[in-house]
Design a protein around this ligand. Structure first.
Ligand code: RP5
Length: 191
């Protein structure tokens, strides 16, 4: 399977941290083609979404981080998403707050899996973001994670799980990650 082989190469190339790109910089080289797009509605979401980026880096997954707004730059959102698959992306993470339509708009333009991360908002503490992201109409799915940092981390882990379906080295890393978590819980002593 040529596609799967080339993706394996991309994943191993991603061990290089320079594989992470952020808007407006393009991917640094063809060998560092991003597999996951981390798209957020505003620069103000980055403090939360950097946790998704750091998690993907921990697993050596090439990804691109960009600010694209469903409302303030609608044509850019459509352009990014509708061309993502042909550019080699396999998963898109969409993070937004308030009237959080970004993940849904991204999902409307692609059949790639789209993971939604609701940002904690000032007015309603993220409940608005959660409901806007999760309540998609039947037919256009967005897999919605928790509000804020846990959602950002879990979106990255979910992306790794999806990619791991045909990348045994990522499956192995996920098993190790879970084992380390369990060891920490077993070793916890309450004082
Ligand atoms: C959303 O509005 C963004 O995703 C962000 O969470 C929220 C506030 O954006 P800023 O006003 O901080 O740019 O579109």
């Amino acid at each position: 399977m040529p596609k799967s082989n080339s993706k394996k190469k991309q994943t191993s190339n991603a061990k290089n941290k320079s594989a992470v790109t952020a808007s407006p910089r393009p991917p640094v080289s063809p060998s560092a083609s991003p597999l996951v797009g981390i798209i957020m509605g505003s620069q103000s979401d980055w403090d939360t979404m950097r946790n998704a980026s750091e998690t993907l880096t921990q697993f050596g997954v090439a990804h691109e981080c960009r600010v694209i707004s469903a409302h303030r730059s609608p044509s850019l959102a459509s352009e990014f998403s509708s061309t993502a698959e042909s550019r080699g992306f396999e998963v898109i993470i969409g993070a937004a707050g308030g009237a959080a339509h970004l993940a849904g708009v991204l999902a409307a333009h692609t059949t790639l899996p789209v993971l939604g991360v609701p940002m904690r908002s000032e007015a309603l503490n993220g409940l608005d973001s959660l409901l806007a992201t999760v309540q998609m109409p039947g037919g256009i799915p967005v897999a919605t994670l928790a509000i804020g940092k846990p959602g950002a981390v879990n979106a990255a882990l979910f992306a790794v799980s999806i990619l791991a379906n045909n990348r045994p080295e990522l499956r192995e890393k996920l098993h190790r990650f879970r084992a380390v978590q369990e060891e920490k819980i077993r070793a916890t002593v309450l004082v």
